[in-house]
Design a protein around this ligand. Structure first.
Ligand code: NAP
Length: 261
């Protein structure tokens, strides 16, 4: 992959739908060349065409594959090696709804491989290159579920708590290097997330607090380029996140469990 001009590149994972597709579109609007990745090559191809229809001056590379597999991530990183990747959006992820000992075990393992292993692998590899250049922006997608234990999304919420902790720690280590890390903690957002998680029906709380993907993504990009540490979109979600700090963890877990039913 050769650079066509002086433009920098953004790598967006999980770009075949939901928030990832919005991240790619909006980063295109900001003038970034794009590497978009996910498993569904057809959806990525359609997204590339629609971005190029708006911005013929950009380059958009599609690299499709399963990010839960290390071998694919290595191929992706080697495809990106010659590009000046200035922005990494670690967005690909999914959840598994259900009681902690009854969710499909294989699905949970691949969730951990994606939500944690892939995010850590890409962050490590690309932050080294960004540091060498003295410039970079890394967005780690956690969740509002990162702030408290979350019954019925137990493993997913624990994985997102990892992302929140890891992202803020990496950001602190990177202070002064020109490379920033922002952790995005969305609440309920209108995407395919709940279908993929196998949650048949949303709770009243979930329906009441649902936000549009594009609104979440616009705010997240503003937070990323402003150098914020943690971004929680939406005032209801911000109140929620604040409350988890002033009540006990068991109480917060009981409330979260009720909100999921
Ligand atoms: N929606 C919400 O309410 C919500 C709330 C908090 C946090 N989040 C987080 O936000 C992020 C984006 O999710 P979303 O809401 O936009 O859900 P989504 O619409 O289901 O999108 C998920 C994206 O991840 C990709 N993906 C899934 N498994 C993959 C794999 N093994 N390898 C490569 N790509 C894979 C999917 O593409 P393919 O299927 O084509 O691979 C898709 O592009 C996730 O990290 C999620 O945990 C979502």
């Amino acid at each position: 992959m050769e650079k066509k001009d002086g433009r920098s590149w953004a790598l967006v994972t999980g770009a075949s739908g939901g928030m990832g597709a919005d991240f790619a579109r909006l980063l295109g609007d900001r003038g970034y060349n794009l590497v978009i990745t996910a498993r569904r090559a057809d959806e990525l191809g359609k997204l590339r065409d629609s971005i190029l229809a708006r911005h013929g001056e950009l380059e958009v590379k599609v690299v499709s594959g399963d990010l839960s597999e290390r071998s694919f991530r290595e191929r992706l990183l080697s495809d990106c090696a010659v590009l000046d990747i200035e922005v990494l959006v670690n967005n690909a992820g999914f959840g598994a709804y259900g009681t902690f000992d009854a969710t499909d075990e294989a699905k949970e393992r691949s969730m951990l491989a994606l939500d944690i292993d892939s995010l850590v692998h890409l962050t490590r590899a690309l932050s080294v290159r960004m540091r060498e250049r003295g410039r970079g922006f890394i967005l780690e997608t956690a969740s509002i579920a990162a702030f408290q234990p979350c019954p019925l999304f137990a493993t997913y919420a624990a994985a997102k708590a990892f992302v929140l902790s890891y992202g803020v720690a990496a950001r602190t280590e990177l202070a002064g290097t020109g490379v920033g890390v922002t952790v995005l903690c969305p609440g309920v957002t209108e995407t395919a997330f709940f279908d993929v998680a196998d949650q048949q029906q949303l709770s009243r709380f979930q329906r009441a607090t649902m936000m549009k993907s594009e609104v979440v993504v616009r705010g997240a990009l503003r937070a990323l380029f402003a150098g914020k540490a943690v971004y929680v979109p939406g005032s209801a979600n911000r109140v929620n996140a604040f409350l988890t700090r002033i009540v006990s963890r068991p109480f917060a877990a009981r409330l979260a469990g009720k909100a999921m039913k």
